[in-house]
Design a protein around this ligand. Structure first.
Ligand SMILES: NC(=O)C1=CN([C@@H]2O[C@H](COP(=O)(O)OP(=O)(O)OC[C@H]3O[C@@H](n4cnc5c(N)ncnc54)[C@H](O)[C@@H]3O)[C@@H](O)[C@H]2O)C=CC1
Ligand SMILES: NCC(=O)COP(=O)(O)O
Length: 399
């Protein structure tokens, strides 16, 4: 079987991206799992390589098409004018333009099936948003490129998975974007992704509130009762094991998140602050809901440490591994779905060894023994009706 070709974009080359790319590819064991193809600059790579201790023996195999990739080497397709000026720590016009050039080249090859998955290094939102690139982030850009209107920004690790209802939205605009339809669609998207991308059967999803204390029965805001609970009710009618709304602070502080396969947060910092605090080193930003697989380390450009060679490459490694795992999980899931005679029991599907050999994904980090009725006991029940109805629906779901 051909190894998976992983396309890697270089993001903003004045940040820490070359450092984390090179550090990730220094360990030759990575070539047992995949064939990396970096879309970038040999000159910039050479500059940062010179700063990394232990990287003397490292070099890129320069190619012009992924078909030429050497499966035992780090490959590079040059998509930058090699006279480029490098300013570590500075977001320049040039570094913004070449971040997009790298992304466009990789997406072109992804569409053509020349690479199998995409791993992006971080871009600076400010120097990439403009006439040449009308998107606020990779997620929105990739959704447009691959015709998916409602992508899910899904922060994933073996410890915690957090999806967002709203992504790059100013805080003042969050309440109007949190609609029952949006919450329900994102619950559905998380369920789909957990089943297809992470091979989790009957996933349990926690939904956070929007207001302090999840609204305190309407005292601190109406959104829980008017928007989020109706979305939870609809989800349960669809046999989705969705619970909440939970007050975010106590939910993370008490460790309750461990009982769930994933959490749906209402806005960026509500989900990402606990995610990064709990799981920075293997935190991956996965764009779920696309027809293709895209991951990224769950951090930004790191301008403050650029050129200092102190960046942790673990999130980048995790992004590469997750992309491979998800790609393989999808193959297994789609094969099973396409052939109704090929029956997998729940346990068989959970235990299959077709992933990249890092079994943690399949269990999603949740306490799989947590009983649905126990979870319901912890679920806030603002009007009494939700838990009662959920008992009926989840009983049906687990039959
Ligand atoms: N996927 C993407 O393209 C993303 C891009 N960004 C962009 O990055 C820029 C900076 O965002 P910030 O919020 O400052 O986040 P940041 O992640 O760049 O930096 C936050 C702190 O984390 C540290 N840090 C980041 N990565 C690290 C690593 N691998 N090892 C050790 N320390 C690390 C930085 O030094 C800094 O102190 C913004 O323009 C933002 O738009 C942010 C997140 C994702
Ligand atoms: N903080 C996460 C983030 O901004 C991700 O943005 P992108 O992956 O859509 O570029």
């Amino acid at each position: 079987m051909d190894k998976i070709k992983v396309g890697i974009t270089h993001g903003d080359f004045n940040g820490i991206s070359y450092e984390i790319i090179i550090k990730s590819l220094l360990d030759p064991r990575i070539f047992d799992l995949c064939t990396p193809v970096v879309y970038g600059s040999a000159k910039v790579a050479g500059y940062y390589k010179g700063l990394i201790p232990d990287a003397e023996g490292f070099s890129f195999n320069i190619i012009t098409d992924p078909a030429q990739a050497n499966p035992k080497r780090a490959n590079m397709i040059v998509c930058v004018d090699e006279n480029v000026k490098i300013d570590p720590g500075q977001p320049t016009v040039l570094s913004g333009q070449y971040a997009i050039a790298s992304l466009n080249a990789a997406v072109r090859d992804l569409k053509a099936g020349k690479i199998d998955v995409l791993v992006t290094c971080p871009i600076n939102k400010k120097n990439t948003t403009g006439d040449d690139f009308g998107f606020i982030g990779h997620t929105e850009y990739l959704a447009a490129q691959f015709g998916d209107t409602e992508p899910l920004m899904f922060m994933v690790s073996d410890v915690l998975k957090v999806g967002l209802v709203t992504m790059h939205v100013p805080l003042a605009k969050v309440p109007e974007a949190v609609t029952t339809e949006a919450v329900l669609n994102h619950i559905r998207a998380i369920r789909r992704s957990l089943e297809r991308d992470f091979n989790i059967v009957g996933p349990k999803i926690a939904v956070l509130g929007l207001n302090p204390h999840a609204g305190d029965d309407g005292l601190l805001g109406p959104e829980e009762q008017e928007i989020i609970i109706p979305a939870l009710q609809s989800a349960r009618y669809e046999n989705i094991l969705a619970f909440g709304p939970f007050a975010a602070d106590g939910f993370f502080g008490s460790g309750a998140y461990r009982k769930f396969d994933a959490v749906l947060a209402m806005y960026h910092d509500q989900g990402l602050a606990p995610f990064k605090a709990l799981t920075f080193a293997d935190g991956v930003n996965f764009t779920a809901g696309l027809s293709v697989v895209r991951t990224s380390p769950a951090h930004g450009v790191g301008f403050d440490i650029a050129g200092k060679m102190v960046a942790d490459a673990s999130p980048m490694r995790a992004a590469i591994y997750q992309a491979i795992d998800i790609y393989r999980n999808r193959q297994v899931f789609d094969r099973a779905a396409a052939d109704p005679l090929q029956h997998f029991s729940k346990n068989e599907r959970n235990d299959r060894g077709d992933g990249a050999g890092r079994g943690g994904n399949r269990r999603g980090g949740a306490d799989r023994d947590a009983d649905v009725s126990d979870l319901l006991k912890d679920t806030p029940d603002t009007d009494g009706a939700v838990a009662a109805q959920a008992t009926v629906v989840t009983t049906r779901a687990t039959e």
